[in-house]
Design a protein around this ligand. Structure first.
Ligand code: ATP
Length: 356
């Protein structure tokens, strides 16, 4: 039997990262014993805040090179509250070096209500199933490590470029093309989220969105202001199929989306460019619960499923998502109102692995 072997880089990360990655590995082992034709050749690399404390850098250049040469990369969350630059910004995060270094311009964040999860909004599984596509290389976060600061004022610059917007909007329409449409009406729809009524940069984003939308006449294109989007994602989430937006807006609204479906510990993401991709949970390293076996590993296990999607190994990703759903529906795996698995992180990983 021929085997498809993929070179994959794993970065465990900080805080709850190592616990989550261990649970994902438990599932991976179960996957590889069932799907013998698919194999990962894994290299583990350090990176993040602990690594910064030891070395003064957050990622070794050799790791970036290894990621560029690999089929894909999965990382746990990174960053620690006490690892800061003098200006107060976090030193041990990898968003800058990886997103810019790999030019992974689209941060793809699915928000889906899973069966068996008690969500804070009134909805049934299947009612909430949309994808936030967050621009990943510019917007307000272009100011990361830059900005201007004196004793009396500080300013960051929000940059929107034509190239950056065209490619991320195009990616959003391509994602919509492959989906089944919005849960409420089955319509394929891409929603541009912006603040075009106030900020010229966002009006520019909207104008470019409209231009690209003309290339996809079979997909509905619409706009919503970001503040109205925050309300609509809570009150009418079934309307949405794919949403595309500037970096900072995407950061905030995807956490909001995650909360509506039971917590950010249930949400995965992919950072995707034309050449490279890496996958990670949407949340941070949750130092408040690190090492306590409380973190929800579903985010990391869904991250693993997204990585298999990226490799076109859809049988595997479908099996992983099915195992998560089965474990939840059976009631064996329960999520508390803080978004944590009731039996602990390790137990949750083992329950899902057993159902592959
Ligand atoms: P970042 O800016 O790096 O995304 P953050 O400062 O926004 O990080 P998080 O680390 O994401 O903060 O944590 C926010 C809250 O969500 C915390 O209360 C944390 O315990 C909780 N949380 C995050 N991830 C999980 C998880 N996998 N399971 C359960 N709770 C989580």
């Amino acid at each position: 039997m021929s085997q498809r072997v993929y070179k994959v880089i794993f970065i465990n990360g900080d805080g709850i990262g190592p616990e989550l990655m261990t649970s994902a590995l438990t599932v991976l082992r179960s996957v590889e014993s069932k799907f013998r034709s698919v194999k990962f050749d894994i290299d583990f690399h350090p990176g993040g805040a602990e690594y910064f404390k030891e070395t003064g850098i957050n990622l070794n250049p050799a790791t970036l090179k290894a990621i560029k040469n690999a089929h894909a990369t999965m990382k746990g969350p990174v960053g620690l509250p006490d690892v800061r630059f003098p200006d107060g910004t976090e030193a041990g995060v990898l968003g800058g070096v990886l997103r810019t270094g790999l030019d992974t311009y689209a941060n793809v964040r699915p928000v889906r209500l899973l069966p068996g999860v008690e969500a804070p909004i009134k909805a049934d599984p299947g009612d909430v199933d949309y994808v936030i596509v967050r621009e990943n290389t510019e917007g307000l976060y272009l100011s990361r490590g830059k900005g201007v600061q004196t004793d009396t004022a500080a300013a960051d610059t929000l940059m929107i470029t034509r190239k950056g917007t065209e490619r991320v909007v195009r990616r959003a329409f391509e994602i919509a093309e492959k989906r089944q449409g919005a849960p409420a009406d089955g319509m394929k729809r891409v929603t541009c989220v912006d603040k075009a009524n106030v900020l010229p940069s966002m009006a520019f984003f909207r104008r470019i969105f409209n231009e690209i939308a003309e290339d996809y006449p079979h997909i509905l294109a619409e706009h919503i202001y970001s503040d109205a989007a925050a309300q609509a994602l809570v009150l009418n989430p079934g309307h949405f199929d794919v949403l595309v937006m500037e970096n900072f807006l995407g950061d905030i609204l995807s956490d909001l989306g995650g909360a509506t479906v039971g917590g950010i510990g249930l949400c995965a993401s992919g950072n995707v460019g034309d050449k490279h991709a890496y996958f990670e949970p949407i949340h941070g390293s949750a130092p408040d619960i690190a090492g306590l076996d409380k973190a929800n590993p579903i985010s990391q296990i869904l991250t693993l499923a997204m990585l298999y999607d990226h490799l076109n190994e859809f049988d595997v990703s479908t099996a992983i998502r099915g195992a998560i759903n089965d474990a939840l529906v059976s009631g064996e795996l329960q999520i508390n109102n803080l978004g944590q698995p009731k039996g602990g992180t390790t137990n949750a990983g083992e329950l899902i692995a057993a159902r592959i």
